[in-house]
Design a protein around this ligand. Structure first.
Ligand SMILES: [Zn+2]
Length: 638
């Protein structure tokens, strides 16, 4: 995550955290500050960190995607080390910890010799049993049970957590991380770190000279941890699994299914993928080598890669033609005879036989390149570039994931700076018109663009988070209002482009006749994009379906897989049909599971599905000492 995004998330969630923490912190720092300060100075007092339970991640029906599971960890208290040499031998033999690593850890802890350092995590239980007898020789070592993350399926959106590294530790020092802390490294685990993490508590013990607890303070000596919030995503695990099952094995690419109405992502599949669980243990060199192959399984092809969009981009060029008045829906442009001569170069149409002279609806239907070559030659490049940005296919979409990439659409300045070309841009423009040349987009940008068309011309920020659960319920929109803006398209432009997309999947000669969904009306566009990665084109399909209302937008992208109509559209068709075949099940909201119900929801008879966020009581200015109001109730039951 870039620093700016990270700090944005911190800013956004500051208000939330403030609400969560007011009670505990106020009590600790303001009322009891002096008291705790005094006892902490004493040599006979130890403050132990009570680690907050990290929030879990669920799909829209509260089915787990990321869970906490028990783990066995090994800790070292450096102040109690008897024989460093003997310890080093023991740790190297059983845990693979190098003596140098141990020396470094001990040195770093030299001012906190009473604090435990996490030496090794997620140890097999058999190992603990086997070593338990030897542990008497090493009073400085302690096994403790904690929790670790379990990821339900390979994916690119959850990300994973890992031990905090030195850079992160110094960056977030004020955020109260310990050196033993876990922190979200990528994906949602990183983006929503502030929400997921919660706040560690403290336990204060008075001890004798041997370090035994005296339990002199029986009351008011600890601050309970504030557990992290759980995330409820718009992802539908069934749809995600189905998309995974119909994506052809061995092909690199991605599938995005999003909800037209809300902009929520229902399925987010990038292939090849990886299992985030491998990062929960020390990674072997073999596993690491498997992740660093040319097929790049760690790369999220939905937002971390840009590709030439090819013909799925024709809606952008076409809508600009309609908006500028260069054409209307009936205007026929240059006749396609397998291509068009521009300057002294012949630009081919994908069909060598040619399409003749077409209007914009038919140009979409058969995906004639010549129509768009001719169209863009009548328009100003900078105007089209600005239009592309307004269509949502250049700038980052703002999805709630780190490190999203921008797309690219050149303007005149670009050609002046990069190529020294000041006139005669028609050849370059011809390529841009059909989504080739310098145009690059992420698959997610294309998905949001088609979602905007499905919505009648309203662009909306895509997102994965629906709302949080736990000690407070915050919807994605409450966390940070979702961006939406109308496309610069008149109603008649929207209608004309939609007619073109309808013809693609329904009319004779349409390039996506593979799409056939009974019970819904389908729209779409295929693309077969030439690229530098190989002689075979990238296959694209972007489209949507409607019943009595708009339903879902599907984007299928396949690297060097061939034609969009032959390769990508059939996958989208399966997903459309699966969705319509399971419409009632997918639409049906699930009841809130017991661990997330408020006291009120538990006592009032039939639990209603999550509606409005609950009314959380205002934080009381007067801190109540035994104030586990509803937090512990909601956080139980893991
Ligand atoms: Zn043509």
């Amino acid at each position: 995550m870039t620093r700016s995004v990270q700090s944005l998330v911190f800013r956004v969630t500051l208000g939330v955290l403030f609400l969560l923490l007011t009670g505990a912190l106020f009590r600790l720092q303001v009322l009891k500050g002096e008291y705790y300060g005094r006892i902490a100075e004493s040599n006979f007092v130890r403050i132990r960190r009570v680690v907050a339970t990290r929030g879990e991640i669920y799909d829209s029906k509260y089915r787990p995607i990321v869970s906490n599971i028990p783990s066995h960890d090994l800790f070292l208290t450096s102040g109690r080390i008897g024989n460093t040499e003997r310890l080093a031998v023991f740790l190297k033999a059983h845990f693979g910890i190098e003596p140098e690593e141990l020396r470094k850890l001990v040195f770093e802890q030299r001012f906190k010799t009473y604090e435990e350092i996490l030496l090794a995590d997620n140890l097999p239980y058999e190992m603990i049993l086997a070593l338990s007898e030897r542990m008497g020789d090493f009073p400085e070592l302690t096994f403790r049970s904690g929790t670790t993350r379990s990821y339900m399926y390979p994916n690119h959106f959850t990300g994973y957590v890992g031990r905090i590294d030195e850079k992160e530790y110094s960056r977030y020092r004020e955020e109260d991380y310990s050196l033993n802390a876990y922190i979200g490294k990528t994906g949602l685990e990183s983006y929503y770190e502030v929400l997921l993490r919660g706040r560690d508590g403290k336990e204060i013990m008075q001890v004798d000279a041997q370090g035994k607890s005296l339990e002199l303070f029986s009351e008011n000596t600890s601050v309970p941890p504030q557990n992290g919030l759980s995330l409820i995503l718009s992802i539908d695990n069934d749809l995600q699994e189905y998309a995974n099952s119909v994506f052809p094995p061995g092909i690199k690419g991605c599938v995005i299914v999003s909800d037209v109405k809300t902009g929520g992502i229902l399925a987010y599949l990038s292939k090849p993928d990886y299992d985030p669980n491998i990062f929960m243990q020390k990674i072997s060199t073999e596993v690491w080598a498997g992740l660093n192959t040319p097929s790049k399984p760690l790369m999220d092809r939905i937002i971390h890669a840009t590709y030439p969009p090819g013909s799925v981009f024709k809606t952008v060029t076409g809508s600009k033609g309609l908006e500028t008045g260069v054409i209307d829906r009936y205007t026929r442009l240059a006749s396609c005879r397998g291509g068009l001569k521009i300057g002294n170069r012949f630009f081919r149409c994908w069909s060598a036989a040619g399409h003749g002279s077409l209007n914009i609806v038919d140009a979409h239907r058969v995906s004639c390149d010549v129509f768009f070559y001719d169209l863009i030659s009548k328009m100003d490049l900078d105007a089209v570039a600005a239009h592309a940005r307004a269509c949502g296919v250049v700038e980052k979409t703002g999805i709630d994931l780190p490190n999203e990439r921008s797309g690219f659409y050149p303007d005149k300045q670009y050609y002046r700076d990069k190529l020294g070309v000041t006139s005669g841009l028609n050849g370059y423009k011809a390529n841009l018109a059909i989504g080739q040349g310098e145009v690059l987009t992420t698959p997610l940008q294309m998905n949001t663009h088609y979602a905007a068309i499905a919505r009648g011309g309203m662009w909306m920020q895509p997102h994965l988070l629906l709302q949080t659960m736990g000690s407070s319920r915050i919807t994605r929109d409450q966390l940070q209002p979702l961006n939406k803006h109308p496309l610069p398209w008149s109603a008649s432009t929207v209608q004309t482009i939609r007619d073109g997309l309808w013809a693609v999947t329904n009319a004779p000669g349409g390039t996506a006749r593979a799409i056939s969904v009974s019970g819904a009306t389908s729209y779409g566009k295929t693309g077969s994009a030439q690229n530098y990665m190989g002689s075979v084109t990238h296959a694209w399909f972007c489209g949507f379906i409607e019943t009595d209302k708009p339903e879902i937008v599907v984007t299928v992208f396949m690297e060097n897989a061939g034609g969009g109509g032959a390769m990508a559209a059939p996958v989208a068709n399966k997903i459309f049909n699966y969705y319509i075949g399971n419409l009632e099940k997918i639409r049906q909201p699930a009841p809130i599971p017991p661990q997330f119900r408020t006291r009120e929801e538990r006592t009032t008879a039939p639990p209603e599905p999550a509606a409005a966020p609950e009314e959380t009581p205002e934080p009381q200015p007067e801190p109540a000492p035994e104030a586990p109001a509803e937090v512990p109730d909601e956080e139980s039951g893991r």
